[in-house]
Structure formats: structure tokens, C-alpha cells
Design a protein around this ligand. Structure first.
Ligand SMILES: O=C(CO)[C@@H](O)[C@H](O)CF
Length: 516
């Protein structure tokens, strides 16, 4: 990699519940890391888990766009207080929750291009959005728009073949269609529609940033083979949509110089470059340096499984996205909406709100949980399309409650992982003797939960030293996009330590209850 320079790289992850940032040195080692929690640090926006959902419309989920802008103001000030020398930052990139959409109003591009370094971003962009509350991935209110989109291109399988997925309620195409139908005046004055990832890149660029191919694959609008919008899908969603989306780009594109706003306000070098931002799961694949044959399991607000694919495929459930590291490759993704918030609910009801008690309860029950199995869906689940708690006893009778807290806790965790394995194998994931599971996300720091993951998949589970792979993926992608002409991704990341083995599947086959 040549002489180690004193260059640093800034990576961000604009996730559902928080904005995270990390500064790494030229060897990609963490120098500084901080976060802004939306609910606690920005209480004026009155979110729960970073999202606003009302009882009257339980399938609607939105987040205040300006909250994300203000979080960026805050996190850069926090980094400055941490002692970050912004003048050393050579490039910036990041990840963001997928599928959500940001609606820039007329005149907002001019505002972005002329930001006053003496003012906060949120002061100057307060009136820049034609839709103040962005629909986010937890929304499931667009089934009507999904059907129309599938009809417009020739059916669900045709849409899956072209865009990598059949129509999904949370995907951007259906969400944009709903805005165009329900808020036509807002849509009419919308100058640009960003994903949350390209919205974040736009703030740093001081101009509209293009949507990247990998996150763009989560819109039901992009042809994942030609990497261009699919005209029939665009027309099935909203009028004149192509111009509002701009031209999509590779997920490691070097978009241009950092906006002068950040140079003058924070002391960044004017030569600092902005590299395309991407979706959080794609960013996690970058941050985990996932290799073909490995399976990643991200345990966050949503739980996801993903893997490297060399070729696209047509799937009825789950998604195929363009690969964020190799423009010719792809990635497979399965998303389960009921992740950490559901685990927290059972932690609160069964373990008095304590993860330590939760782990003790989980460790106190045998694998297989005496034949009890359950599925817990606080919100409308994506796969399967189900809601509510569904508990079963060893006679396979559905029951309303378990008599013991220990059984409830293990039923939750085993049910979550057994569902994941079942859908993964339906998707075509091969779980075999050489499979390695790479765990990331908040719950990947909980050893008892990882042991169940290893047991259910009958595979070893590895973890990286930094649990937030989407954020680290932003930092790695910043260097990758800046030096791509000289070095491959593997060369750029070869100095990083290999993930560590967290646990092996329980090898006492006699007592192992997961008979497949
Ligand atoms: O919807 C999802 C993926 O398809 C989620 O993993 C979101 O990206 C979480 F932010």
C-alpha cells in the first residue's frame, strides 16, 4: 500500500435509531467513534426507535427528515470535541437504512450549493424538503401501490427478475407512488428524490448525490443487470420520476470534492472527497469483508441475512442487490422486521429489562426448549407477512402464554433463528460443513444469543472487533473509492484482523434438538 500516510477516513451509518460515525487511520484502525441517538439526543422530534408511528395508522412509519440533518450537525461537533483533526480526512463515505426516501423541494439544490459555514445545516435546510416526514423501511402501508407496480411490469416474478425483488411495501417505488398519489402538490414541487444514503452523501457533497446501484436495488425500480432505471416500473409508480431520481452510480464512485461548507466550518481539507453512500446491509457486507460462501447475520432494529452472489437470480421471497464492492457481482438479502425491538420487549416482560437476566434465562433452558417454539411479530413481518405472537407447545398446539420465563426467552431466540434458517434455505443459501456465520449488529455482543445462532445453523459464528459493520463499511468504502484506481478492495483491507470465532455449534448430537 506504499508508505503509510497520515490520511484518515470518515465513515458514517445513518441507521433507524441513531447516526454513528467513526474515524479510522490509513491502516483502517479506529481512532474515534461516536453516535447521536435520535430518541434521547433529539427529543424535540418525539420519535420512538427513531421512527414516528401512530395508533390510528399502525402500518405507516415515517421519520422527520430534518432530524437526520440535525444529527449530522451534532455528530460533527461531537467528533470535534473528541479531538478529530478534520484536515487529515482524505475521504468520506457511509451507509444508511435502506428504502427510505427523501423529497428535496424546489430550490433546495441551490440551498445545498450555497450553505453558509456560519450556520447549522438544519437551520439552512429547514424548508428544503417538500415532504417533511420521510417514509422509512418499517412502513407497510403500500400494498395497493405494490400490486399496481407488479401489474405495470408484467407480474411479481417479472419484477423480481428485473429489479431483484417482487414488490415490497417498504421499497422506495411503492412509497414514492403513495406520495405522488396522496400528496400530489408535494410531489409536483419535488426537485429530487434521494434514498437516505444518497441524501446523506448530498449533505457532504453540497449538491444532489446520485443513488448507488446497491441501495438502488432496494427500490423495485432499478434493472440490476443494466444498472439503469426500468422505465415501466418508473411509469407504474409516478410521473416524470426519472428526472427526480437522477442517474444511478457505482457504490464506490468518487462523487466529487467535499462541500466548502465543511472545509470552512470544520477545517476539512478542500481535497477531501465524497464517495457514494450505500444501504446499511450493503455497507455491512463491505465492513465484514464478506467472502463468497460465508453468511452474514446482522442483528439490529431489523435482522438480516445476506451473502455474496456472483450471479443474480429470481426469487419469490427476499432480495438480490447489486454488490457494493464488485460492480459485476451481487448479494442476496433476507430482511426480518422484528429484530431488536422485539427482543427488547421480551427482555422487559420476561427478564425485568435486564440483558444479564435474559442471558441467564436463555442459558438455563436446553436446546429445543422442551419442544416449545414461537414466533413474535410486534410489527407486520416481511417474511412471512404475519403479525402478532404465535406460541406453540410440544404437541404443536397454539397456546396463549408459556408458564415459565425461561421457555419464553428461548422460544423467542430459537424461533427467530429457526425462521431465518428456513427462509434462507428456501432462498438458496447453502448451509453446509464449511459454512461460516458472521454476526454483526447490536445483539452480536450477546454470547448466549450467538450460541443459539450457531446451534440452529449448525455452523461456527464469527464476530468482528467492531460490532457496527455498516459504519465500518462506510470508512472502508471511503478509502476503497478514493484509491480504487490503484488498489483492489482486498489490498486496501488486507491489514485488518480476521474476525474472531465467537462460538461453535453444540456438538453433543444426542442432546441437540434441531433435527433437520
Ligand atoms: O429493510 C431493510 C433491508 O431490506 C432493513 O434492513 C433496513 O435497511 C434497516 F435499516
Amino acid at each position: 500500500m506504499g508508505a503509510a500516510s497520515n490520511a484518515t477516513y470518515l465513515g458514517l451509518d445513518l441507521s433507524t435509531q441513531q447516526l454513528k460515525a467513526v474515524v479510522v487511520d490509513d491502516e483502517l484502525k479506529v481512532l474515534h467513534e461516536t453516535s447521536v441517538q435520535f430518541d434521547n439526543d433529539l427529543p424535540e422530534f418525539r420519535t420512538y426507535g427513531g421512527v414516528i408511528q401512530r395508533k390510528a395508522e399502525p402500518h405507516v412509519a415515517v421519520s422527520p427528515t430534518l432530524m437526520w440533518v440535525k444529527a449530522l450537525d451534532m455528530i460533527l461537533d461531537k467528533l470535534r470535541v473528541c479531538g478529530v483533526d478534520f484536515s487529515k480526512v482524505a475521504a468520506i463515505s457511509g451507509s444508511a437504512q435502506q428504502h427510505g426516501t427523501v423529497y428535496w423541494g424546489k430550490g433546495s439544490r441551490h440551498q445545498l450549493q450555497n450553505l453558509d459555514p456560519n450556520k447549522f445545516l438544519h437551520e439552512q435546510l429547514a424548508m428544503s424538503f417538500s415532504v417533511a416526514h420521510s417514509p422509512v423501511w418499517m412502513d407497510s402501508s403500500t400494498s395497493e401501490q405494490c400490486r399496481r407496480l407488479e401489474d405495470g411490469v408484467g407480474g411479481p416474478l417479472k419484477l423480481a427478475e428485473i429489479t431483484g425483488s417482487r414488490a415490497y411495501e417498504r421499497f422506495s417505488g411503492a412509497q414514492i407512488a403513495k406520495i405522488a398519489q396522496k400528496k400530489p402538490e408535494a410531489y409536483a414541487i419535488t426537485e429530487r428524490i434521494s434514498l437516505i444514503s444518497s441524501f446523506a452523501a448530498s449533505l457532504f457533497l453540497g449538491d444532489f448525490a446520485p443513488i448507488d446501484w446497491s441501495d438502488g436495488s432496494g427500490m423495485n425500480l432499478l434493472n440490476i443487470r443494466t444498472k439503469d432505471w426500468h422505465q415501466k416500473a418508473l411509469e407504474a409508480c409516478a410521473p416524470d420520476l426519472r428526472d427526480r431520481l437522477g442517474t444511478p452510480t457505482s457504490s464506490y464512485s468518487n462523487l466529487g470534492p467535499l462541500s466548502s461548507y465543511f472545509v470552512e466550518r470544520f477545517g476539512f481539507d478542500e481535497k477531501c472527497r465524497v464517495i457514494a453512500f450505500t444501504g446499511d446491509n450493503s455497507g455491512s457486507l463491505v465492513g465484514m469483508r464478506l467472502k463468497e460462501g460465508d453468511v452474514a447475520c446482522s442483528l439490529g432494529t431489523s435482522d438480516t441475512l445476506f451473502l455474496w452472489l456472483n450471479e443474480p437470480k429470481t426469487v419469490v421471497e427476499g432480495h438480490v442487490l447489486c454488490n457494493p464492492i464488485d460492480d459485476e457481482a451481487y448479494m442476496g438479502l433476507l430482511c426480518f422486521k422484528n429484530g431488536s425491538l422485539t427482543r427488547e420487549r421480551i427482555r422487559d416482560t420476561a427478564a425485568q429489562g435486564s440483558w444479564q437476566i435474559f442471558e441467564e434465562l436463555l442459558d438455563s433452558t436446553p436446546r429445543g426448549n422442551f419442544g416449545n417454539l414461537a414466533l413474535y411479530y410486534d410489527a407486520q413481518e416481511i417474511i412471512p407477512f404475519l403479525i402478532g405472537d404465535h406460541r406453540f407447545n410440544k404437541a404443536n398446539d397454539e397456546i396463549s402464554r408459556y408458564s415459565s420465563k425461561e421457555v419464553e426467552v428461548r422460544a423467542l431466540i430459537e424461533g427467530q433463528f429457526i425462521a431465518k434458517r428456513a427462509h434462507a434455505e428456501d432462498f438458496g443459501f447453502i448451509i453446509g460443513p464449511h459454512t461460516r456465520i458472521f454476526a454483526t449488529g447490536g445483539a452480536s455482543t450477546n454470547k448466549a444469543i450467538l450460541q443459539v445462532l450457531a446451534d440452529v445453523f449448525n455452523s461456527p459464528v464469527y464476530v468482528s472487533e467492531v460490532a457496527n459493520s455498516a459504519m465500518m463499511g462506510g470508512a472502508y468504502q471511503a478509502k476503497h473509492g478514493l484509491l480504487r484506481d490503484k488498489y483492489s478492495f482486498d489490498e486496501i483491507t488486507k491489514s485488518l484482523p480476521e474476525p474472531t470465532l465467537a462460538c461453535q455449534p453444540y456438538d453433543d448430537a444426542d442432546s441437540l434438538q434441531y433435527k433437520w
